[in-house]
Design a protein around this ligand. Sequence first.
Ligand SMILES: [Zn+2]
Length: 205
Amino acid sequence: MGYITGKSSSKLAKVKVNLPLLLAASVLPDVDLLMRFLMHRGPTHSLITITVLMIPFFVVYRKQAIPYYAALLSHIFIGDFFTGGIQLFWPLSQGWFGALNIDVNGLTNVIVELVLFFLTLPIMYKLGDLQSLLKPHNKNWALIIPLGAVLGPLLAVGRGQEYALPTLLVVPSLFFIGLFAYSMFVELRAEHNQDADKLQPSNTS
Ligand SMILES: [Zn+2]
């Protein structure tokens, strides 16, 4: 969802978007799973927190920040809003907001996620985004965040509703783990080769 919303908003705003950073933004609110002092889907899922934290980025990067804001909003409004709700207006309100209350590990959610996965892949391929992730780029390191987000449920790390991964979602998870890990590996290899070139005395002179 982060990819779809981020990519469409970048087209609408006519700005370029960096894919690893976009994917990182789309899962960033779930950083609360790693912080025992924060309630999951609480402060980091608040429209107010996200908007306030995005202000400096809008000041510096102007409309280039739009796709990342859209990806963050897709996480809270499309992802979590319908699967149990969030503290949408924290700190103004401690109330939980949501609709439909779809079980995040239930069949409905699993089917929606599978459909989105098989729908998004050809789009990513057609737009050349899948291919771009297979090439070295220093921003590929940002994929460590979405990698953690797919690894967590697979290894049953963390807590809350996302504790266990439904079996049907193992395949998409493994695909993304492979993709993100490979993307960072090609960048690591490129950096290593660059360093090796610098150390080698030039034999052309
Ligand atoms: Zn979340």
